[in-house]
Structure formats: structure tokens, C-alpha cells
Design a protein around this ligand. Structure first.
Ligand SMILES: Cc1cc2nc3c(=O)[nH]c(=O)nc-3n(C[C@H](O)[C@H](O)[C@H](O)COP(=O)(O)OP(=O)(O)OC[C@H]3O[C@@H](n4cnc5c(N)ncnc54)[C@H](O)[C@@H]3O)c2cc1C
Length: 474
């Protein structure tokens, strides 16, 4: 007989927390079991370098946290969440000292693009106007859409590879680089079909919502979710690794915020052979090499647009970015990686002692790589911000193995809970009518290994909870 709890969630990442909140909202009694000493999974802030400096070990910039149809309606501001909006969502510097910005204002963005001005507006503006109609389909499982025509128009633009997309639509290399900066978040080779979709969604999210981050660190986002979850009566047990089903109280539903590899390792789960086999075939993607710095001054970017942006993408020609993402996925080392950089302290004084600063960055690396990419990342930083190395007071680095030790969901350093190519984008973890369900009617998966995949949006947790509610509590 089920005891104290109606449902139990294993893992307190943003998806586990979203699942817990959704179930509590339904009047159910839930608990979350988290293996780590602190909650939040890949969304935590820690003191990694010197006293007084606060760093986001994992996720940092949260446009999808704001765009999420579920998180958007939660009273997180009442639970301590404050969004910080840098002047510019993201920027892309070039070797000639110029830079393009992706402003929230689509016209201002297009105005920088020279010959590509109209082409940019032609592709982005209709999608932006229809964002509210297409977003629920993009941020959810495969199903018949409410607005099929609008979704089809998005699909036609999103289906090509990012490389074909920029080559067919834009004439200027600088416009191509701006788009690649967003598209390469996919961690896929840019010639992969549908890799354009990531560029489109991330640029549209910048125009629609900006690219904000939580004041005080990504951990404050987690903190606000936990505070709200507890206010609804939810309970969290930290330092509670779940290795077998016997570790858990008896309930109606178990929602695992884990990736397939870890789920299959839980002892006592009675899955049929064929399901295990299909889950074993689940593919993980490339990893990341993560860096955090304590700095004596702000990053000395040559271009003022970069100094005003929260996120900066580094890659100094379209070919350089293409090569970077292609090599990584072929398990090759890359001397000039595409680098994602975030700077918080110029806009959020809580991150560093007065007058000093932090910086956050990562580059994609082969799955499971233990190579140290410090020199490669810092060399790329120097090209956009000469003198950067002289501002470094301390640094913290994490290769893919260290990331996985910090959070076991980061298998081989994959930050998206599995490869997000066309074969696994909507049919993750396996092709199924209900991707959140498993052959055990009590067991659900609610991590980013389910649709819509990686990112701090909580929609995987939300949809898994909806499924459990439908199956057991209605
Ligand atoms: C370096 C890095 C940078 C990123 N940058 C961004 C960004 O800027 N913006 C963005 O939107 N996304 C970003 N992401 C991706 C985003 O963080 C993830 O997609 C998201 O956090 C996934 O949430 P989740 O709940 O599915 O899993 P996770 O956050 O990974 O949570 C899983 C939880 O389960 C726990 N757990 C695992 N095994 C067990 C067990 N056996 N028993 C109990 N608990 C267990 C883990 O400790 C963890 O707390 C980044 C990720 C990383 C690592």
C-alpha cells in the first residue's frame, strides 16, 4: 500500500523540481530524493575560485526559463527570483574589431547586417509574430499542433542544416557567424539536418524575451523553485542517492530525473528485455570543457557591444565554427574551438567583490574527453579581448569526467541529456506515443532525455507529471 507520499521524484534538477511542483499543484503529496548535498542538478552556483566570487558551475543564461510555458506562470518572484537583463542579449565579435549584436529589438539587429538586413527580417519577423502559437509545440512532445500552418512554416525554415540555412539566406559572413553562434548551442555538426532549428529558436527567444539570468546566480533559480515547491508542501531529501527501488518509499508513481544509462542501472526495475535494449541504444552527444574565472576587471572586449552583452559567442569565421563543431563530433581535438562566454558581474554586483569580476565559458569537446582546453579557450578570449589573460586572478576548470562526477546526468560531459539530432529530438529516449512512460506503469522519466530536451525550461518535468497525473490520479 502506498504510504506517506503519492509520488516520488528522483533527482532535483529543474525538471525534477518542475515535476514535483506540478504534482503538488494537483494536491498530491510528493518527495524528491537527491544524491548530491545541494539541489538543482546542472543549475547550481558555487564558490569555485576565490573568496567572494560566485560561479555558475552548469547552466547560466536562462532565456528558456522565461519562455517556458510552465515556469512563466509560477510565482517565482515571490520566492526570491529576480531576472537580470544585460543591455544586449548576445554578441559576436570579429577579428577586425567589429561585432554584431542580437538585440531584443529585431529591427536594430537587422540594421547591422548590411546586405542581409531584409533577408533577416523576412525569415525572423513572421516567426516572431507567431511565437506564441509555435512555442508550445517546440517546447513539448510530438503531438498534433494547435496551429499546424504556423508550425509548418517554422518547420520549413528549421529543417535544413544551419550551414545550408546561412548559405542560402545570408550573403555576409558576419551575419552567418551571428546565426552560427546561436545554432552551435545544439552541440551538433552544423551540416546536420535541423541544426538550423536551434539557431532560430534561440534568436527568436532573444527577440521575444531577451537572454536574462538570475540575480545572484543560476542557483537562485533553483532556490526559488525549491521555495515554491516547499510552500506547496513538497519535501526534499538531500544526500540520498537512489541505487535500487528498495531505497524508495512505496508510492503510486516514481518520476526519474535521470538519463537512460542511469535509469537502467537502478536495481529492482523490472523492464522487459526489448525496452532495455532500446534504451541501451540511446545516443549521448559531445561533451563540454567548462571554465570559470575570477578577474581583476571586466573582460576587456575590444568592441563595446560585447561589453554590453550577457553572452558572447566566439568563432572568428564561419568555417572556423563549422570545423570546430564537426571535429568535436568526430572525436577530434580542435585548436580553435567555438566558445560560449557569459559575463554576469558587469550587470550583477553580487557575483564578485567590489571592482572585481567573474567570467563563465565552455567549449564543446569529444564525448568523455579528459583533455585540458584551458589554453585553447583563453587564446580565443584573447582574440576578442586582448589583455584578457592579464586580468585572471584565478580559474576553475572541469573536464567531462569532472562534470559527470559533479552531476551524474552529464554522461561523458553531454549537457543535454543525450544527442539532440533529428533522430532523438522528439523521440527521446525512444520512439513512443508517451516518451515519459516506461513499461513499468509506476515508472516515468522526467529528465532532459525526454522531449523537448536540454535547457532550463522544466517542460520535460511538467509533461512527465501530467502523464503521471492522467494515469494515476484522475
Ligand atoms: C556547463 C553547462 C552549461 C549549461 N548552460 C545552460 C544555459 O546557459 N542555459 C540553459 O538553458 N541550459 C544550460 N545547460 C543545460 C541545462 O542545465 C540542463 O539541460 C538542465 O539542467 C537539465 O535539467 P534536468 O532536471 O533534466 O537534469 P539535471 O539538472 O542534470 O538534474 C538531475 C539531478 O538528478 C540527480 N541524480 C542523478 N542520479 C541520481 C540518483 N541515482 N539518485 C538521486 N539523484 C540523482 C543529480 O544529482 C541532479 O541533481 C547547461 C548545462 C551545463 C552542464
Amino acid at each position: 500500500m502506498p504510504g506517506k507520499f503519492d509520488a516520488v521524484i528522483i533527482g532535483s534538477g529543474t525538471n525534477g523540481l518542475a515535476a514535483g511542483i506540478r504534482l503538488q499543484q494537483e494536491g498530491l503529496k510528493t518527495a524528491i530524493f537527491e544524491q548530491a548535498a545541494s539541489p538543482g542538478g546542472a543549475t547550481r552556483t558555487e564558490a569555485l575560485t576565490l573568496p567572494g566570487f560566485r560561479h555558475d558551475v552548469g547552466s547560466s543564461i536562462h532565456p528558456l526559463g522565461l519562455a517556458s510555458p510552465f515556469f512563466r506562470d509560477l510565482p517565482l518572484a515571490d520566492h526570491g527570483l529576480q531576472w537580470v537583463y544585460p543591455q544586449i542579449p548576445f554578441a559576436h565579435p570579429f577579428l577586425d574589431g567589429e561585432a554584431h549584436a542580437c538585440y531584443q529589438d529585431i529591427e536594430a539587429t537587422a540594421a547591422q547586417l548590411g546586405e542581409d538586413r531584409q533577408a533577416y527580417l523576412d525569415v525572423m519577423k513572421p516567426l516572431l509574430e507567431n511565437w506564441d502559437k509555435i512555442a508550445p509545440s517546440i517546447l513539448g512532445p510530438l503531438r498534433f499542433p494547435d496551429y499546424p500552418l504556423e508550425l509548418m512554416k517554422f518547420g520549413l525554415k528549421a529543417l535544413p542544416s544551419a550551414r545550408n540555412f546561412v548559405r542560402n539566406r545570408f550573403k555576409e559572413d558576419k551575419t552567418r557567424m551571428l546565426f552560427y553562434g546561436a545554432a552551435a548551442h545544439a552541440t551538433l555538426p552544423l551540416e546536420t539536418m535541423a541544426s538550423a532549428s536551434f539557431g532560430l529558436v534561440l534568436m527568436l527567444s532573444a527577440h521575444k524575451y531577451h537572454w536574462p539570468f538570475p540575480r545572484g546566480g543560476a542557483g537562485m533559480f533553483t532556490k526559488s523553485l525549491i521555495s515554491y515547491y516547499r510552500s506547496l508542501g513538497g519535501e526534499i531529501f538531500l544526500n540520498s542517492p537512489v541505487t535500487e527501488i528498495r531505497d524508495l518509499p512505496n508510492t503510486y508513481a516514481y518520476l526519474y530525473d535521470l538519463t537512460p544509462k542511469q535509469l537502467l542501472e537502478i536495481k529492482g526495475l523490472d523492464f522487459p528485455w526489448l525496452y532495455r535494449k532500446r534504451m541501451q541504444n540511446y545516443r549521448y552527444g559531445a561533451g563540454v570543457f567548462k571554465m570559470d574565472w575570477a578577474l581583476s576587471e571586466p573582460i576587456p572586449f575590444t568592441n563595446p557591444k560585447c561589453r554590453q552583452a550577457g553572452t558572447i559567442h566566439l568563432g572568428f569565421s564561419p568555417e572556423e565554427i563549422e570545423r570546430s563543431e564537426c571535429r568535436v563530433n568526430r572525436h577530434q581535438v580542435n585548436p580553435r574551438p567555438y566558445v560560449l562566454v557569459a559575463q554576469h558581474s558587469p550587470f550583477d554586483a553580487t557575483r564578485a567583490p567590489e571592482g572585481q569580476h567573474t567570467a563563465w565559458a565552455y567549449c564543446h569537446v569529444p564525448h568523455g574527453s579528459i583533455t585540458d582546453f584551458t589554453a585553447e579557450i583563453e587564446d580565443q578570449m584573447e582574440r576578442a579581448a586582448p589583455g584578457f589573460k592579464d586580468t585572471i586572478l584565478a580559474r576553475s576548470v572541469k573536464n567531462t569526467q569532472q562534470l559527470e562526477q559533479w552531476n551524474p546526468n552529464l554522461v561523458g560531459g553531454d549537457i543535454n541529456g543525450g544527442k539532440q539530432d533529428l533522430g532523438q529530438l522528439f523521440t527521446r529516449p525512444i520512439a513512443s506515443l508517451s516518451p515519459y512512460s516506461t513499461p513499468d506503469p509506476k515508472v516515468y522519466i522526467c529528465s532532459s532525455s525526454t522531449p523537448p530536451g536540454g535547457g532550463v525550461h522544466g517542460m520535460c518535468g511538467f509533461y512527465a507529471a501530467e502523464r503521471a497525473i492522467k494515469d494515476h490520479f484522475r
